[in-house]
Design a protein around this ligand. Structure first.
Ligand code: PRX
Length: 650
């Protein structure tokens, strides 16, 4: 941690920021420490338009199933839309650009009508009621946001599935959630070409999806798609008949708002369940604290709505804060590596939030590309999803931010609902690559399994040792897994605390540095994938006897998939290239192209302990070309390590 430069917030930023100094930061931290419930009580009262006030801030009587703002009634769409209509009805709520260059600006008043009509359609035409699950499998078009908000309006629980997931992955999620309706689009545009989503839904629904009664299809690219009479409905036709006013369902603070499936280290993806009040409070507050969002700002987060970042920082957070949120349909490099910089220039974007993998890609493809555009509107830059390397950070800071924009490196997870550890742009002296300090009210600590705080430079478990309002409430259908996955590893003062799955260290100044996952989860281009899921997919190839997957550092993606595969037969590996292709086909079919293996090694066996546990640490070292430091003599067959090394080095 030596020789790390420190970047203080500029006077210009300090002047305008909500939190203007570390003193102000520490006083908020102290406020939360002294009176934890009082702190959240104050914020919840200040920030949320309650339909009925709550009677208690926190109920921890059934930990870790914490409840927040007990008895409070609200509707998240009132927080995101209705309450802005007095002051901001003609303000742009969403600015959208399609990849081909088509544009839409949706004002808050228009958003109100769109969401209300959509909500009426769900209610009247499809009989969707409070608590029903609706799967949203959509491209990045404004209707994706309308669909989410329409569900929230009537109290239905949405489960957005990333459009890059395969039919099988989509089916698993539909079945687990027992969804009644699937909302999709014919397709969209990507890399200059139309692609289709509806056919994927057709395949997903071809078996096991009895819960699904209807499919609502939004027309985006008017490509030819097949139509199942009696099941499929045309959104663009039906929406015309609906009225633009729908009474918001009165929701309890703790009613579920949405499910979002994410990978764990074992088994199938988990349906992370979020609630209403706590989630929206934190989504809005972090928009204000971390992005320091102002009335006139144009804010752009480049994530996809299929991930938590898209939920909290494209849809719910910005809208709750009354901001203008941008949405873009396509890839960053179409038609060239200047696309995003051109958009920042054209829309005068003030906050820009993206992933390190995209920064690395754009850096590689166009070192000086940002200079061709006027990016002076930018005030704050952000990153999320994985640690950012110094090279990418410096380029982002100098070339994109013109050396004047603080970079907020936000550490958080699907489960946390919103930012947990992040610099505050007007306060925190930033060290590139560090997420710096926990936000006020968030007790993020690096500890051992007994709760002892780690010394500087000692790696430990990154835990959140007090509950927080936007935390995961449970895993859908699997409360035991919820308890085991998050509260089964670390304790503090004898009580189980939330363990994130990440390792981290403090430096001498108390800055937090995330070291990466401590479990068998890998992070590819900022997307979380369980090695167990990829292994299960590879296992579906008829010739595969067993396999093990590890992550290998990758220049652009952060990590890539390296698969070690043992074949069943002795036919030999006549055509490695062909087999590798086939293996990637099964991965694409089961999960989606994002989980494809960059490298596949066909090996005679896997390094296992005598009890049969695969030693992934050895495989990780081999994949990286590192020396094996572990003792291999305890393996069932120590000679296998040498054989694997030879194959990989070949
Ligand atoms: O390992 C951490 C990494 O992404 C994981 C969470 O993934 P997901 O739930 O898909 O959410 C991604 C977007 C919030 C974490 O456990 N991660 C996220 N942000 C950072 C990070 N690693 C380092 N630095 C970050 N800023």
């Amino acid at each position: 941690m030596e020789n790390i430069p420190i970047f203080d917030p500029s006077e210009e930023i300090k002047k305008v920021a909500r939190i203007k100094s570390m003193d102000e930061y520490w006083s908020l931290v102290e406020e939360a420490k002294k009176d934890y419930e009082g702190f959240w009580d104050r914020l919840a009262k200040e920030k949320i338009d309650w339909i009925k006030p709550y009677s208690k801030v926190l109920d921890d009587s059934n930990a870790p199933f914490y409840k927040w703002f007990i008895g409070g009634k609200l509707n998240v769409t009132v927080q995101c839309i209705d309450r802005h209509l007095q002051k901001r009805k003609n303000k742009a709520a969403i600015i959208w650009e399609g990849e081909p260059g088509d544009k839409r600006v949706i004002t808050y008043l228009e958003l109100y009508y769109e969401v209300n009509r959509f909500a009426n359609l769900l209610k009247n035409r499809f009989g969707i009621k409070k608590g029903d699950r609706v799967v949203i499998y959509m491209p990045m078009i404004p209707e994706a946001a309308f669909a989410m908000l329409a569900c929230a309006r009537i109290g239905a629980i949405h489960s957005v599935v990333f459009g890059g997931f395969s039919a099988e992955a989509l089916r698993d999620r539909i079945v687990d959630a027992q969804a009644k309706l699937v909302i999709t689009a014919d397709g969209a545009y990507r890399r200059g070409k139309p692609y289709l989503l509806k056919p994927v839904v057709d395949v997903a629904l071809s078996k096991d999806c009895e819960s699904v009664e209807s499919v609502l299809v939004i027309r985006r690219n008017n490509e030819d798609i097949s139509w199942h009479e009696g099941r499929d409905y045309d959104y663009n036709e039906l929406i015309k008949n609906e009225s633009g006013h729908c009474e918001p369902e009165i929701m309890d603070s703790e009613d579920p708002l949405f499910l979002l499936y994410t990978s764990g280290s074992t088994g199938k993806p988990k349906g992370v369940q979020h609630s209403q009040a706590g989630y929206i409070l934190w989504a809005q507050l972090t928009m204000e604290w971390v992005f320091d969002i102002k009335e006139e700002d144009t804010y752009w987060c480049t994530a996809d709505v299929g991930w938590i970042t898209g939920h909290t920082y494209i849809v719910y957070g910005p809208l709750a804060a009354g901001a203008t949120t941008m949405m873009y349909e396509g890839v960053p490099v179409y038609p060239d590596a200047g696309r995003w910089w051109r958009m920042i220039d054209e829309y005068k974007v003030n906050q820009f939030y993206t992933a390190p993998t995209a920064i690395r890609l754009l850096h590689k493809m166009g070192e000086d590309e940002p200079e061709k555009y006027d990016l002076r509107s930018l005030r704050i830059l952000g990153t999320v999803g994985e640690p950012i390397n110094p090279d990418a950070w410096m380029w982002y800071f100098n070339k994109v931010g013109g050396g004047k924009c603080p970079i907020v490196d936000t550490w958080w997870q699907t489960e946390t609902g919103g930012h947990m550890i992040s610099p505050l742009p007007g306060a925190t002296p930033i060290k590139p690559g560090s997420a710096t300090f926990p936000l006020p009210g968030i007790f993020a600590e690096i500890i051992d399994t007994e709760g002892n705080k780690k010394e500087p430079n000692e790696k430990g478990y990154l835990c959140i040792t007090k509950p927080w309002p936007s935390m995961i409430r449970t895993i859908w259908n699997d409360p035991d897994r919820f308890v085991k996955s998050y509260f089964g590893t670390c304790k503090k003062d004898g009580k189980p605390v939330y363990f994130s799955g990440d390792g981290a260290i403090y430096d001498e100044d108390g800055y937090i540095w995330i070291t990466g996952r401590m479990d068998d989860v890998i992070n590819i281009s900022g997307h979380r994938l369980g090695t167990a899921e990829i292994e299960a997919a590879i296992g579906h190839h008829p010739r595969v006897a067993e396999c093990a997957v590890v992550g290998k550092p990758h220049e652009i993606k952060g990590e890539s998939v390296f698969a070690f595969v043992v074949l069943k037969d002795d036919e030999g590996i006549a055509d490695e290239v062909e087999l590798t292709k086939e293996i990637n086909e099964v991965i694409t079919k089961d999960i989606g192209p994002l989980a494809k293996a960059d490298e596949v090694a066909f090996v005679p066996g896997l390094p296992k302990t005598r009890s049969g546990k695969i030693m992934r640490r050895i495989l990780r070292a081999i994949a990286k070309g590192e020396e094996i430091k572990q003792d291999t003599s305890t393996l069932e067959d120590p000679s296998v390590v040498e054989k694997i090394i030879q194959i990989v080095q070949k």
